[in-house]
Design a protein around this ligand. Structure first.
Ligand SMILES: [Cu+2]
Length: 124
């Protein structure tokens, strides 16, 4: 009974049909309102002067790469095998991607075929 009241309280607090739709499920953790826990280590690649800098980074599986778009011209970060795609990135935007599986990931800018980069992901 107590649990029901708590769940209902959470559902009401969220105020959404999504939460109500989960009625009857075990209580699910509410998405953190507080800042996310420390993210996995992040490598940073700048997109600048029509190039990815550095154009090759090596990380461990589960780590994240942040791409920071410094160019006046829009660019993308698009996997050659299409496994990830940032979509359009304007100047000042950044995009992160976490690589869960080991492998070598080649990517390009969808707008500029000469812009190429590689992320090498090792087993941790
Ligand atoms: Cu580009």
């Amino acid at each position: 009974m107590r649990r029901f009241v708590l769940s209902l309280g959470v559902a009401l607090a969220l105020g959404g049909g999504v939460a109500l739709a989960q009625y009857g499920d075990p209580p699910t953790p509410v998405p953190a309102m507080a800042p996310a826990p420390a993210a996995s280590p992040v490598s940073i690649v700048h997109v600048k002067n029509f190039a990815f800098v550095p154009d090759k980074v090596t990380i461990n599986a589960g780590q994240t790469v942040r791409f920071v778009q410094d160019d006046d011209t829009p660019h993308t970060v698009t996997a050659v095998d299409k496994s990830f795609d940032s979509g359009n990135l304007d100047k000042g935007q950044s995009w992160t991607h976490t690589f869960d599986k080991a492998g070598t990931y080649a990517y390009v800018c969808a707008y500029h075929a000469t812009m190429k980069g590689t992320v090498v992901v090792r087993e941790p």
